[in-house]
Design a protein around this ligand. Structure first.
Ligand SMILES: *[C@@H]1O[C@H](CO)[C@@H](O)[C@H](O)[C@H]1NC(C)=O
Ligand SMILES: *[C@@H]1O[C@H](CO)[C@@H](O)[C@H](O)[C@H]1NC(C)=O
Length: 519
């Protein structure tokens, strides 16, 4: 099975700031366990996590330990970092609990937003999100970024807006990243999200310039005032790479079955979703990569510094689960969540129950079939100009309805690069954006869904500048100039023993470039 994608882009004038990034592909977990060396070092963690990255991971993981890893489950061999989040689980009506299949491991995006970005220093670690949260403060959906007031820009509000639960349905145009900040209920998922849910978390990228960690693992970092872009607050002027985790959970395998989805921390709302990071990079090496690997394609293969291993090699890299956790069964099927974590709906803070605590209740699972009132209804919304970020509702990729069956299976993934630097109707070499996923079951599918840019409109001719200076429109709070770009994408999918079928997708998007690009 083979597929060719050609992307031609006509972009008018102006190169904005190069919104360079790369997508660290961690297609396999290094493990699944009640371990959290950041929040609960040296002890069994409260709840289970899916963990990706360096093999030297355990109850007492340190930077030095990670650096001494024998391997990594991610594709860049120099990256021994540890990336983890709570797993998503399904609790059947009778209480039997099992992990939801995780599709493609995790993608950890390194987005190079801002000026003078510093590599993560040795020993740096951080947490994003708050496991206890069960409610949301703020309007639903988010007001346009240009209209955000002080209440939208508190660190608490920004952290809540940094979560996303993207309803995956490749038959529809994609939703924008971080559009919905809660986990939709089962009924909604069954009805709308045929390809599962993509859990997203954006990490703060503004550092106080001195602390490698802080008591709550958050206070040494801050969000810029538009979550993924904007201005760093006073005292946090040092820019680090912006980290963004994407994890796809195939909730669709439970379609029609009574029960409830719950994150491993007992959170059915998603408001308590969180992500953890301990750097496992050599500082000078990462600084070189940050300085030189500025290709806006996002492909790790475009960074000549990186030694890339195959998905299969990465999948062999697993950490050793400590003896004390040998009896744990975080994948299930089991009676309740691992660690006997109770489901806590909120809306107040969830209680943290430490393992070993005398007062630890038994699972005490009470089947809950409806979501708490704190979770609003928010219908499926196609990413539009107003909400499409640079990465087009699903970082840099999206779903497409009219793809031929041959490539609609997820077997071929064609990222659609976002043209940022002016390109004059320049066809990309066919080898560039095509990723063929091997059929071997050992290799999970990449998190990227099949093809297609988010906004499908009629072609309207070549791009041009359509505005300058203080444009304040949907989703844009600051910028220098606005240009119209036209992107033509042709996907050609040769079917065996059939004549080639051609599909032309033409798209137009308005794009803003500013000092920090769109953000
Ligand atoms: C609970 O229900 C699920 C789904 O029907 C089933 O697979 C599982 O075996 C049941 N568990 C028990 C303990 O009966
Ligand atoms: C949200 O949770 C916080 C922390 O427990 C609490 O103070 C607040 O009252 C909650 N809000 C609502 C609407 O319940």
């Amino acid at each position: 099975m083979k597929s060719i994608a050609t992307l031609s882009a006509a972009v008018a004038v102006l190169s904005g700031a190069a919104d360079a990034f790369w997508r660290m592909e961690c297609h396999s977990r290094s493990g699944l366990a009640r371990i959290d060396p950041l929040v609960e070092p040296g002890q069994i963690a409260n709840h289970g996590h899916v963990i990706h990255g360096g093999s030297n991971f355990g109850l007492d993981t340190t930077y030095e330990g990670l650096m001494a890893s024998e391997c990594t489950s991610c594709r860049v061999k120099q990256d021994n970092s540890a990336y983890w989040t709570p797993s998503l689980n399904f609790i059947h009506e009778n209480g039997t609990t099992e992990i939801v299949p995780q599709v493609g491991g995790m993608l950890a995006y390194y987005l190079l937003f801002g000026e003078n970005i510093k590599a993560f220093p040795a020993g740096f670690q951080m947490l994003a999100g708050d496991t206890r949260l069960r409610n949301f403060s703020g309007e639903v959906p988010d007001p346009e970024k240009s209209l955000w007031g002080p209440e939208d820009k508190t660190q608490h509000a920004l952290a809540q807006k940094a979560l996303g639960f993207n309803c995956m349905n490749y038959a529809k145009p994609p939703e924008a990243s971080m559009y919905r900040h809660f986990l939709p209920d089962k009924e909604y998922l069954d009805a709308n999200c045929a390809d599962g849910i993509r859990a997203e978390i954006f990490f703060p990228a503004c550092w106080n310039g001195k602390d490698l960690d802080s008591k709550n693992h958050r206070d040494h970092m801050a969000y810029p005032d538009l979550v993924n872009g904007g201005v760093c607050p006073e005292g946090f002027e040092t820019r680090l790479p912006s980290l963004f985790f994407e994890t796809i959970w195939d909730t669709s395998v439970f379609t029609g079955m009574p029960g409830q989805f719950v994150f491993a921390n007992g959170d059915p709302t998603g408001y308590g979703y969180h992500g953890d990071f301990i750097t496992g990079w050599d500082v000078d090496f990462l600084q070189d990569a940050v300085n030189t690997c500025t290709n806006p394609s996002g492909n790790i293969g475009d960074c000549p510094l990186f030694d890339i291993q195959t998905e299969e090699e990465g999948s062999k890299c697993q950490f050793k689960v400590p003896e004390v956790l040998a009896a744990d069964n975080c994948a299930g099927p089991a009676d309740g969540l691992c660690g006997n974590v109770p489901v806590q709906m909120g809306p107040g803070y969830a209680e943290l129950i430490q393992p070993g605590n005398e007062e630890t209740p038994t699972a005490g699972y009470t089947p809950v079939t409806t979501m708490p009132p704190a979770v609003p209804t928010l219908s499926f919304k196609t990413a539009t100009l107003a909400v499409t970020d640079k990465f087009g509702g699903g970082i840099n990729v999206g779903g497409q309805s009219d793809l031929p069956e041959e490539i609609d299976t997820g077997a071929v993934v064609v990222p659609v690069p976002t043209p940022i630097v002016p390109v004059a109707t320049q066809p990309l070499a066919p080898e560039a954006p095509v990723v063929t996923t091997p059929a071997a079951p050992v290799a999970p599918l990449p998190t990227t869904p099949p093809v297609a840019p988010p906004v499908a409109e009629q072609p309207k001719g070549p791009g041009s500048i359509i505005g300058t200076s203080t444009f304040t429109s949907a989703g844009v709070a600051y910028e220098v100039a606005i240009e119209e770009i036209t992107v033509y994408v042709t996907v050609e999918a040769p079917a065996p023993a059939k004549r080639h079928r051609r599909h032309h997708h033409m798209h137009r998007r308005d794009r803003e470039h500013g000092l920090l690009g769109r953000y």
